[in-house]
Write a protein that binds this ligand. Structure first.
Ligand code: GAR
Length: 207
């Protein structure tokens, strides 16, 4: 059984998709938010998962908060830490501590549109496809080795909300997939920091 801790900041729909996927061999041991009002906390509790907030505003700074958060996460002895709409920049120490066992999802086709407001920027740039990326977390924001991506069209008349909704459907598909691969011991980083996926799918499952 692999223990998974999920970090959220808000709605928690990706967290919910992972929980609902019911991945064999995975146990979601805790959901932690950096905001006490994160809606996803109640969703997690509804599934009987231990859910708590560690309010970043009550800490002196980023280093102090991330150190406390790492201690809190370690209590659950996680094999994998999943960032699911976790909207905080991470300290290098925090990233190093969970190196090779921390995944993030970003709502763009990385390496395009790192950072915030991805959908608005995609529409402004006039791109014809958009999408989402699951990647291992490295110190540089939204830049770690890519595990899986999904592509959606950008349609005439799309606004930020309609594009975000189309992308989100794909997020809910590929994030559980990436977690499943990790739990099955098929996904890891090699010594050079590249993604290794055993028995990589050749069909749509791997897009
Ligand atoms: C998702 O679209 C996720 O990709 C994005 O925040 C949303 C969270 O939704 N994450 C980032 O932008 C991280 N850079 P959720 O709380 O419903 O899962």
């Amino acid at each position: 059984m692999k223990n998974i801790v999920i970090l959220i900041s808000g709605r928690g729909s990706n967290m919910e998709a992972i929980v609902r996927a019911g991945i064999p061999g995975a146990r979601i041991v805790a959901v932690i938010a950096n905001r006490p009002d994160a809606k996803g906390l109640d969703i997690a509790r509804g599934f009987g998962i231990e859910a708590m907030a560690l309010d970043h505003k009550t800490f002196a700074g980023r280093e102090a908060f991330d150190a406390a958060l790492a201690t809190e996460i370690d209590r659950f002895a996680p094999d994998l830490v999943v960032l699911a709409g976790y909207m905080r920049i991470l300290t290098d120490d925090f990233v190093r501590h969970f190196a090779g066992r921390m995944l993030n999802i970003h709502p763009s086709l990385l390496p395009c549109f790192t950072g915030l407001h991805t959908h608005r920027r995609a529409i402004e740039a006039g791109v014809k496809v958009a999408g989402t990326t699951v990647h291992f977390v490295t110190p540089e924001l939204d830049s770690g080795p890519i595990v899986i991506q999904a592509v959606v069209p950008v349609l005439a008349g799309d606004d930020e909300d309609s594009l975000a909704a189309r992308v989100l459907l794909q997020e809910h598909r590929i994030y559980p997939q990436a977690v499943r691969w990790f739990v099955e011991d098929r996904l890891r980083l090699d010594a050079a920091g590249r993604v290794e996926l055993l028995d990589a799918p050749t069909g749509p499952e791997g897009w």
